[in-house]
Design a protein around this ligand. Structure first.
Ligand code: HSE
Length: 408
């Protein structure tokens, strides 16, 4: 019998154990292997828990047990997860992780370690929760030249934005509810300020473009500055505001990864992705455009992806089927926001239409939509966007918010 160890018995780890035992017979039939969870590693005790006898506190118990072939890492954070996962891979045990931070910061090293030790390092749960998007990018869509990926990669912020829009719920109350539902990170500022989505962009960008993209190379802006008035004006323009994580290849071959709130027109499928749901859109030469959609956070959805990876590792036996990318020794292949271009949404304090027409004409922009307190203008770079804002100010329509618009 092959044994599984689960590292971390929090929301996701306990979900992995729960789902495993619920579907054990089916999982064993699928893999053709007898499987069991032998250990659960956590610092805490869990008196009364049905699996309390499996709880251990010392990683060496797992490392030194040859029966344990598969490890589900659900601890979060880089330390000590990096040391634990490295040691498991060095011992030839395949690892499935839900830990975005670990993959975004150390994925290149861990993938190499897995390969060297004839085992697998899988991380489907690290992006999009239950949505299968990592594996399809690496397998089903691998025959394409992928040019861009963009999506809603954080369930907590999407949930908060929806609660603000639809229920006029205060930001803090919506965040508290997201925490109660197990969506939010331990430190919710990672959700709200965009770090969680940034890590997911790093993973997608590394996977698609083949070189490790580290979090500090990604322009990241969260949703703290979004006001209810912005949301309402966006609605007037038939749009929603979403936190979008994206990476695209530019004409010069560099890539531009970014996380920021964007105005999303209602004719884009992404604008209808609400609550804790995530969506990942991918553009490629053969298939044109496709979208993956599903629950992006929560106990069992995330556990579902971790278990899928464990099943894949069991089926792969000693074949290394892990995804791969190379270490990046410089960031020359990554462009900064000077290369960013998009239509822009402006919310203003006073009548906007005449001021917008006047300012746009001077800068060679087109006014796409106007309302009493704002407008949308055609695509431009950041410098032009600032010049337009200044011109609006000079014409008496002081700018209260400026948000890029997602164009398909
Ligand atoms: N806090 C994350 C989110 C959890 O809200 O999307 C899943 O990665």
């Amino acid at each position: 019998m092959k044994k599984i160890a689960v590292l971390g018995y929090g929301v996701v780890g306990s979900g992995v154990v729960e789902l495993f035992y619920k579907n054990k017979a089916k999982i064993e039939k699928n893999t053709g292997a007898e499987l069991d969870v032998k250990y659960i590693l956590d610092l805490r005790e869990f008196p009364g828990d049905p699996y309390e006898d499996k709880v251990v506190h010392d990683i060496s118990v797992i490392l030194n047990d040859p029966e344990v072939c598969y490890v589900a890492e659900c601890m979060g954070g880089v330390n000590p997860a990096f040391q634990f996962v490295s040691s498991c891979l060095e011992a030839g045990k395949s690892v499935a992780t839900s830990n975005k931070q670990l993959v975004a910061e150390k994925g290149d090293i861990l993938l190499q370690l897995a390969k060297k030790n004839d085992c697998n390092f899988f991380f489907e749960a690290s992006v999009g929760g239950a949505i299968p998007c990592i594996r399809p990018l690496h397998t089903c869509l691998a025959g394409n030249d992928i040019s861009a990926v963009a999506g809603i990669l954080n369930g907590t912020t999407n949930f908060i934005l929806e609660k603000m829009f639809c229920d006029e719920m205060a930001f803090d109350d919506a965040l508290k509810l997201a925490q109660e539902l197990g969506y939010a990170e331990r430190d919710p500022s990672a959700d709200v300020d965009g770090a969680d989505a940034c890590r997911k962009v790093c993973i997608l960008a590394s996977l698609v473009f083949g070189k490790h993209v580290y979090p500090d190379s990604v322009y990241t802006k969260g949703i703290r500055d979004i006001a209810l008035e912005d949301v309402q004006l966006a609605q007037t323009f038939g749009s929603a505001i979403k936190l979008i994580g994206s990476v695209k290849r530019l004409e010069d071959g560099r890539i531009l990864p970014a996380v920021m709130p964007m105005v999303v027109p209602s004719d884009s499928l992404i604008s209808h992705v609400d609550g804790v749901f995530n969506a990942v859109m991918v553009w490629g030469d053969g298939f044109d455009k496709t979208m993956f959609y599903g629950r992006g956070a929560g106990k069992l959805p995330t556990a579902s992806a971790v278990l899928g990876d464990i099943i894949d590792a069991v089926k792969a036996a000693h074949t290394v089927t892990s995804h791969e990318w190379i270490l990046a020794d410089n960031t020359d292949f990554i462009a900064d926001m000077d290369a960013f271009s998009a239509p822009r949404f402006y919310r203003t304090a006073a009548c906007c239409a005449d001021a917008a027409e006047q300012a746009a004409a001077a800068l060679g922009l087109e006014v796409c939509k106007t309302a009493e307190n704002g407008c949308i203008v055609s695509a431009c770079d950041n410098k032009t966007a600032e010049a337009f804002a200044k011109a609006l100010e000079e014409a008496g329509a002081s700018v209260l918010a400026q948000i890029p618009v997602l164009a398909d």
